[in-house]
Design a protein around this ligand. Structure first.
Ligand code: AHR
Length: 503
């Protein structure tokens, strides 16, 4: 049976915001230390930044980078992370049961973004777990005020004369989660978020603010949390956050492959909640979505590891959450990217959690090499070719049965039309055993050529890239894809992520 859809330039979802290809650097495990920052590494520059990692991050096409957490931010004292590195205090990090040396801090984060290039944009979180309005304002003044005040002059004295110009700010992190240091009820959080937002806007009306939504659609407080928080903050924030991680449960790979069904319903439910509050407030303003943590994460493995912590042991940069991703994970990951693109009209920020070593597309060895995980490739291709107008894709697909989501389409797809009129189709075949024939009617798009069809697929779906074999899995060219008389014909290999570029 063949899967089909039609593309028409008149039917679009919306323009892709470059911020959809954001990522996330948290002080967690080895994301920062021996990840992006490792003084003494053979490729490190004077600032201790690993050039091999910088090169891979650039090639990945990452835009916005969220920092410094995550759960870490709820214990973060920004003052500890500025000034001469040797004077910075060592602190307990309660979130990850580690010791934070503060050798890498705010100034180093900004320097890292500058080295990445102009596409890299900061997204800074303030601590609303153990701190509040005053500390958020002080951090904002230190970071963004030009000069002539105690904190802006302190920044200059620390060597950074130019303000950092941080526009995008998160008002805390996962404040609905009982694991969060300083966890709050929706009413408590709604109030402190609104007051912090109002004060930050007094300092600079140009900031863009993200209120914490739910840590997942399965949270007991989901939707009620968003409604309560937005009732308080609607006029003073721009985005609400969503976080979602997926893993196979009890070996149920078929449901795992359909994870994007959950992600898309999560997005649609948050949109409905935002718009409901907007209607209730008789507001013309629209709140957009910041999907600022998403990925495949073997959370259950981490939860097991967490129970083995020795209470007295507070290691520096331990190996935490170092998931190694196989081909199946990369296909699910690609499908999550498709879900984000399919909702590009409302998801205007998204951050792949995280960037290096910690549930990451890039892995490193201390003193050794850096390499690309399987998930690296779908992200790099989507960031490169997924810019422009998302076309409305409604598939007519054969289905398969999943335990979690019932009858599910085998095909998951989206298409993006670039400014020059070229179109890229991103498509996943969720079927594990059968190839999926695909036909796309291209109507009035005026396309004549298949520029390229690549697939990430493997006879061994558990194949992965490792230190010993860093290039075991890479995308390969697919032959036999044709475009004739406005009709694209392709075959999607079993369990595959596909990028079909048309001009
Ligand atoms: O990305 C890992 C953790 O997942 C983050 O610190 C937290 O926000 C989420 O629970």
């Amino acid at each position: 049976e063949t899967a089909r859809f039609t593309l028409d330039p008149a039917f679009t979802v919306g323009e892709v915001n470059p911020r959809l290809f954001g990522s996330f650097v948290e002080h967690l495990g080895r994301c920062v230390y021996t990840g992006i920052y490792e003084p003494g590494h053979p490729t490190a520059d004077d600032a201790g930044l690993r050039q091999d990692v910088l090169d891979l991050v650039r090639e990945l096409g990452v835009t916005t980078i969220r920092y410094p957490g995550g759960n870490f931010v709820s214990g973060y004292k920004w003052e500890d992370s500025v000034g001469p590195a040797e004077d910075r205090p060592r602190r307990l990090d309660l979130a990850w049961h580690s010791t934070e040396t503060n050798r890498f801090g705010l100034s180093e984060y900004i320097a890292f973004l500058k080295k990445l290039g102009p596409q890299a944009e900061p997204m800074m979180a303030v601590n609303l777990g153990t701190r509040g309005v005053a500390e958020a304002l002080e951090l904002q003044e230190y970071a963004n005020h030009r000069s002539g005040t105690a904190l802006s002059d302190l920044r200059a004295a620390h060597g950074d004369k130019d303000p950092y110009g941080i526009r995008l700010w998160c008002l805390g992190n996962e404040m609905d989660g009982p694991w969060q240091t300083g966890h709050k009820t929706a009413e408590e959080y709604g109030r402190i978020a609104a007051e912090t937002a109002r004060a930050m806007r007094q300092q600079d009306p140009g900031v863009e603010l993200v209120a914490c939504g739910s840590s997942g659609q399965s949270m007991e407080t989901f939707a009620e949390w968003e409604a309560t928080v937005l009732q308080e903050t609607y006029d003073v924030v721009d985005h609400i956050s969503l976080h979602a991680y997926y893993e196979p449960v009890d070996g149920d790979v078929d449901s795992f492959l359909a994870s994007a069904v959950d992600m898309e319903s999560f997005i649609e439910n948050v949109v409905a909640t935002c718009d409901h509050v907007g209607a209730r407030l008789k507001s013309k303003k629209r709140i957009n979505l910041s999907f600022d943590e998403w990925n495949v994460w073997y959370l259950s493995r981490w939860q097991e590891q967490a129970t083995t912590f020795e209470q007295d042991d507070w290691p520096e940069a331990p190996r935490l959450l170092e998931d190694s991703y196989d081909v199946t994970d990369a296909v699910v990951f690609g499908s999550l990217l498709i879900a984000l693109l399919r909702h590009a009209d409302r998801v205007t920020v998204a951050c792949l959690a995280q960037l290096v070593n910690v549930i990451a597309p890039i892995m490193t060895e201390p003193g050794g090499p850096a390499w690309r995980q399987t998930t690296y490739f779908p992200f790099a291709q989507a960031s490169r070719y997924g810019r422009g107008q998302v076309l409305d894709v409604r598939v007519d697909s054969p289905t398969y049965e999943t335990r979690k989501y019932g009858e599910t389409d085998l095909l998951h797809a989206t298409a993006v039309r670039a400014e020059d009129g070229s179109v890229t189709v991103f498509a996943v075949n969720r079927g594990r055993t059968e190839a999926l024939p695909l036909e796309v009617a291209l109507g009035s798009l005026g396309l004549t050529t298949v520029v390229e069809h690549t697939a990430l697929a493997d006879a061994a779906p558990d194949a992965r890239n490792t230190l010993a074999e860093p290039e075991r899995v890479v995308p390969h060219d697919v032959t036999g894809t044709t475009l004739q008389d406005g009709r694209l014909t392709a075959t999607l290999e079993p369990l595959s992520w596909n990028v079909i570029r048309l001009a």
